[in-house]
Write a protein that binds this ligand. Structure first.
Ligand code: GDD
Ligand code: MG
Length: 362
């Protein structure tokens, strides 16, 4: 089977992390976001993956090429010279996606769930129409694409991208399967699949909704990245508890993921909902909860971190306190005893005064 992953866009909502790495390569639960998707696709028997790239293609290509061999899958980079939106990339990859009559998957690169590719394919083949969208229910539908079904049917009646007024709480989860005939609807130019293609397919009764079971999150912004981390770790606790840190270690509380190369000091309390990346060094008496510590970061003695993301190779001095969805970019230093509340701190900065209100430090 074939699949296309939309890996373009500037990822501005996940800054400062995306100033260093393109969004799909930022590690979510210690693995590049896009690897979660590649693994799911490969498990469902997909052998041909197109990565639709526009932003910083070189770094994307050099890091992802190695997965071809590792996962025994063909990865083709389809590079846009101008951003083609969420539909244009399908036209650009027409040769691969349309090479036979079999349907293909398309996914946004910033979503996390237990990818139900096999059930989705079976559902799609059973209704026989042109496309199927995976849908899920959320409390805040206005930041997503919203769908309304025909009464008592899986067939979609309306698709509205980011509605201003309440339409429904059933939203587009960013996972699709299409017959190659969809390519006849898409021209090779910047086009939004959500605004320009789905409404027409719905009007032609060619689009169905497949309801997702279990957790789902778009992790394309820090607050949601942290919520997604909690959901993912809770799910791991249910399904693969052996991957989580052992609670008999004396310092782990609840669902925590720690890379084996990380070093943890004495008398720490870590969890719940913490991920610690490779080569992280945690000092003594450190308290971490609901936070993400990326590769190579150093958290010195008695630091306290909650609801925050610490970027690669950053250093938190002794007695620092970080909270309120603070996000430190790559190689940030926070000096001893500093308090940061909701700070978004750009790469390579050094912080020596308290940040008491949410703000961007450039
Ligand atoms: N190749 C390419 N080119 N990819 C792009 C481009 C582009 O010009 N623009 C955006 N993308 C990719 C992004 O990297 C992401 O994987 C996907 O397209 C969706 O873009 P986002 O910027 O993340 O969109 P969103 O989160 O506001 O909304 C989308 O996702 C929601 C679910 O998370 C929409 O599909 C909504 O309908 C949906 O509910
Ligand atoms: Mg998104």
């Amino acid at each position: 089977m074939k699949a296309l992953i939309l890996v373009g866009g500037y990822g501005t909502r996940l800054r400062p992390l995306t100033l260093t790495l393109p969004k799909p390569l930022v590690e979510f639960c210690n693995k590049p976001m896009i690897l979660h998707q590649i693994e799911g696709l490969v498990k469902a028997g997909v052998g041909d993956i197109v990565l639709a790239v526009n932003y910083r293609p070189e770094i994307m290509i050099s890091l992802l090429q190695k997965y071809e061999e590792e996962y025994n899958v063909k990865i083709t980079f389809s590079v846009e010279t101008e951003p083609l939106g969420t539909a244009g990339p399908l036209a650009l990859a027409r040769e691969i996606l349309g090479k036979d009559d079999s349907p293909f998957f398309v996914l946004n690169s910033d979503i996390i769930c237990e990818f139900p590719f096999e059930q989705l394919r079976d559902f799609h083949n059973a209704h026989g129409n042109e496309g199927t969208i995976v849908v899920t229910k959320v409390d805040e539908p206005s930041k997503y694409g919203v769908i309304v079904n025909h009464p008592d049917s899986t067939c979609i009646q309306r698709f509205v991208e980011k509605p201003v007024e309440f339409v429904s709480n059933k939203i587009n989860a960013g996972i699709y399967i299409f017959n190659p005939t969809i390519l006849d609807r898409i021209e090779l130019k910047p086009t939004s699949i959500e605004k320009e293609i789905f409404p027409k397919m719905a009007a032609d009764s060619q689009l169905h909704a497949f309801e997702l079971d279990g957790f789902w999150m778009d992790v394309g912004q820090p607050k949601d990245f942290l919520t997604g981390t909690c959901l993912y770790l809770s799910n791991l606790a249910d399904k693969q508890p052996n991957l989580l840190a052992k609670s008999d270690s004396g310092y782990v509380y609840g669902d925590v993921l720690i890379d084996p190369t990380a070093k943890i000091g004495k008398d720490c309390r870590i969890g719940p909902y913490v991920t610690i990346g490779p080569n992280v060094v945690i000092g003594d008496g450190v308290r971490l909860q609901r936070c993400v510590i990326l590769e190579g970061a150093r958290i010195k003695d008695f630091a306290w971190v909650k609801n925050s993301i610490v970027g690669w190779h950053s250093t938190l001095g002794r007695w620092t306190r970080l909270e309120g969805v603070s996000v430190l970019g790559d190689d940030v230093t926070v000096n001893e005893e500093i308090y940061v509340n909701g700070g978004c701190i750009l790469p390579h900065k050094s912080i020596s005064t308290n940040i008491t209100e949410p703000q961007i430090i450039m």
